[in-house]
Design a protein around this ligand. Structure first.
Ligand code: GLA
Length: 373
C-alpha cells in the first residue's frame, strides 16, 4: 500500500509525500446508542482502511484530492467557507481544519485520500476519515495531540460541522483499536479495557443490507434529544443511576428508550463474559436480544435489517443484530465457521427475493488503530 500511496501522491502533486497514514473502520459487537448516554460499548477496529498521504506546502493553501471520488477540495487557509454550500465529505475536512486552527497556526498542505471503506454501511468510515485526517496533520505539523484529544476533536467535527450529535465510540475505536481485541469503553469516565477475541470455530460475519434510510441522521439526533429529555425529567445527569421506579414512571416512549439503555449496558457485560467463556450460544442470544431492543425499545431498525436478522437466525446463526447508528447499514452476525457458506447463500437468496437487493458480505480482521505507514 505504501508504494501505491507514494506513487499516486507523486502523480497527483509531482512531489513526494511527507507522511502516510492508515485509519481503520470499526465494528461494534454490542452496546448500541449507549455512548452518548454515558453507557458501555464494545467496539473493535477492522481492516477496512482509509489512507492518507500528506505533504506540507509553502503557500497557505489546502489541496485535498479524494481518489475514490476523483474530486478535489482546495481553498486558501484564511478563507471562511459557507457550510451550507459544502458537500458532506468536504465538511469533514473543513471542520477538522477549522477546529485545529482554533489552537494551531497551520501552514498549507496537500492531501491524497484513498480508501475502499464503504460509506453509509454503519462501519464508521466517517470517523476513520476524520480521525485519520487529524492524525495526519498532527504528525505532519508535530501538533502534539494525544489520541484522546484527536478523538474528541473528530467528534466535534461530526457535531458542529456535519450535524450528527454522536457519542465517542467510533472515534475511540478508530484510534485505540488493537489487533484481535475488542475494547470495552465506559463512556461516562472513558476508562476502557481490552478483550481477546478468540471465537474458536465461530466467526463474526458483517453484512451490508444495502439500505440507508435518509431519516437516519435526523432520527439519530431525535434519540439524543429524547435522552436529554429523560435527564431533565429525572433531574440527574447520570442515566445509569436511574432506579426501576424512575424508569417505569417516565412517559411510555421515553421509558422504552431508557430500558434499552439500561439493558444494553447489561448486555455489554454479559457479552464480555460469554466471549471470555467461549459460550457462543449465549453470545448469539445477546446479539439477538440487542437487535430486538433496538427494534422495539429504541426504534432505530428498519424492515430490511429486521428481515435480515431473522433470516440469519432461520439459517442457523446463533445471533445477529443491526450495527451502528441505525435505519439500515450493516448487520453483525455470529456464525459457526462450517455453516458460513450455507448461511451466506441462504440469506443472499431470501433477501434478494424479498427486496430485490444483493447483500454484500465483508470479510474482516480485527486490527490496530490509526497509525503512520
Ligand atoms: C453512530 C455514532 C456513535 C454511536 C452509534 C450507535 O455510529 O457515531 O457515536 O452512537 O451510532 O451506537
Amino acid at each position: 500500500m505504501k508504494t501505491r500511496l507514494r506513487d499516486s501522491f507523486f502523480l497527483h502533486y509531482q512531489k513526494d509525500a511527507d507522511i502516510l497514514v492508515q485509519a481503520p473502520c470499526r465494528i461494534n459487537i454490542i452496546g448500541e446508542h449507549t455512548d452518548y448516554n454515558g453507557g458501555l460499548v464494545l467496539p473493535a477496529a477492522i481492516n477496512y482502511h482509509i489512507y492518507f498521504a500528506v505533504a506540507q506546502t509553502v503557500t497557505p493553501v489546502v489541496s485535498i484530492y479524494d481518489e475514490n471520488k476523483d474530486k478535489r477540495f482546495s481553498y486558501s487557509l484564511d478563507e471562511e467557507l459557507d457550510l451550507v454550500g459544502l458537500s458532506q465529505w468536504r465538511k469533514y475536512y473543513y471542520g477538522a481544519i477549522k477546529i485545529l486552527q482554533e489552537k494551531h497556526e497551520l501552514p498549507g498542505f496537500q492531501v491524497l485520500k484513498v480508501g475502499k471503506a464503504p460509506i453509509g454501511a454503519g462501519i464508521s468510515s466517517s470517523a476513520a476519515l476524520c480521525c485519520g485526517f487529524i492524525y495526519s496533520l498532527n504528525e505532519l505539523f508535530h501538533l502534539g495531540l494525544d489520541r484522546w484529544t484527536i478523538a474528541k476533536l473528530a467528534r466535534r467535527v461530526e457535531q458542529e460541522y456535519v450535524g450528527l450529535q454522536c457519542g465517542i465510540m467510533d472515534q475511540f475505536a478508530v484510534l485505540f483499536g488493537e489487533s484481535n481485541k475488542a475494547l470495552s469503553l465506559n463512556c461516562s469516565d472513558l476508562s476502557y479495557a481490552t478483550h481477546d477475541i478468540k471465537l474458536k470455530d465461530y466467526r463474526f460475519m458483517l453484512i451490508n443490507s444495502q439500505v440507508k434510510h435518509n431519516l437516519a441522521d435526523s432520527a439519530y439526533n431525535e434519540r439524543v434529544e429524547e435522552m436529554n429529555e429523560v435527564r431533565r425529567l429525572l433531574g440527574k445527569p447520570d442515566l445509569n443511576a436511574a432506579s426501576k421506579e424512575e424508569v417505569l414512571g417516565l412517559p411510555e416512549v421515553l421509558s422504552r428508550r431508557m430500558q434499552h439503555h439500561l439493558f444494553e449496558n447489561q448486555r455489554v457485560k454479559s457479552m464480555i463474559a460469554a466471549l471470555e467463556d467461549d459460550d457462543y450460544f449465549k453470545a448469539g442470544n445477546i446479539l439477538h436480544a440487542g437487535h430486538i431492543s433496538l427494534q422495539e425499545y429504541y426504534e432505530v431498525t428498519c424492515e430490511e435489517t429486521d428481515f435480515l436478522v431473522e433470516t440469519l437466525l432461520d439459517a442457523g446463526a446463533p445471533g445477529a443484530r443491526q450495527m451502528g447508528g441505525g435505519f439500515g447499514g450493516c448487520v453483525l452476525a455470529l456464525v459457526k465457521e462450517k455453516d458460513a457458506a450455507a448461511i451466506t447463500e441462504y440469506c443472499f437468496k431470501e433477501y434478494s427475493n424479498r427486496f430485490n437487493l444483493d447483500l454484500v458480505f465483508y470479510n474482516f480482521e480485527i486490527t490496530s488503530g490509526v497509525s503512520t505507514l
